[in-house]
Design a binder for this molecule. Structure first.
Ligand code: FPP
Length: 229
């Protein structure tokens, strides 16, 4: 990375385009997810080696249950295999792993692996946060309901933030969405209130360290005013 570059603290990825990537190659969609999952490891490592402290990934939204059963199964299977393989790296590189989303809707096997990995890595500070069975609106509704259950009659920004899955994380500085789509798709809507948005036509399986550095360098030139002058 060039000197004087402003590296974002927290980057969120909407990893889009696995299906189109596979189609371009005349392969089934699940092949695209397979390549997408392989790419996760490379991009996450590149993030931490470039000085990013928190990485959030959109792996499976609450809406994604509407995809064909074989595709849902494939993504869940890839998540399980990724975690089994990546635990060593998490420990070696002192990366905290966490999942944002409703773990109750996942298979026992995947949920138990997630909980175990979260427990083993909980004291590290660099963070890999994966959104699984996640929806941004639902996250806020849940937060408010939890506050009400505590007997409060009013909420404020701080109480809501403190009851989100990401209560211990700073807000997202930079959102990167691959594949040319320009929307947020219910991805950490609260935490992205002041994010910069970087859209690239590159499909997720092709997004590499060079693409990441282009995004950081673009971010570095942004003038973030947070509503002030
Ligand atoms: C979007 O592409 C991708 C997803 C909904 C799934 C993302 C999952 C992975 C990258 C694999 C598992 C994740 C981890 C963290 C190991 P799309 O299917 O919507 O592509 P399309 O828009 O081209 O159809």
């Amino acid at each position: 990375m060039t000197e004087n570059m402003v590296v974002p603290t927290h980057v969120g990825f909407i990893m889009d385009g696995n299906g189109r990537w596979a189609k371009q190659k005349g392969k089934p969609r699940n092949f695209g997810h397979q390549k997408g999952a392989e790419n996760v490891e490379k991009v996450v490592s590149a993030c931490f080696s470039n000085g990013i402290k928190y990485v959030s990934l959109y792996a499976f939204s609450t809406e994604n249950w509407g995809r064909p059963e074989s595709e849902v199964k494939k993504i869940m299977d890839l998540l399980y295999k990724f975690l089994i393989k990546y635990t060593k790296t998490l420990i070696k590189n002192e990366i905290k792993f966490m999942v944002s989303g409703d773990k109750g809707g996942l298979s026992n096997e995947l949920r138990e692996l997630i909980v175990k990995t979260e427990e083993i890595t909980k004291n590290y500070s660099k963070t890999l946060n994966i959104a699984i069975n996640y929806g941004g609106k639902q996250e806020i509704v849940n937060a408010v309901n939890r506050i009400i259950a505590l007997g409060e009659t009013q909420v404020n920004e701080e109480t809501i933030s403190n009851h989100l899955y990401t209560s211990e994380l700073p807000d997202i500085d930079l959102v990167i969405r691959t594949s040319g789509e320009q929307r947020l798709s219910n991805f950490f809507i609260w935490q992205c209130a002041y994010s910069e948005f970087y859209f690239t036509p590159v499909l997720w399986p092709d997004f590499d360290e060079g693409c990441l550095q282009d995004a950081i360098s673009w971010y570095s030139k942004r003038n973030r005013r947070f509503g002030k002058l």
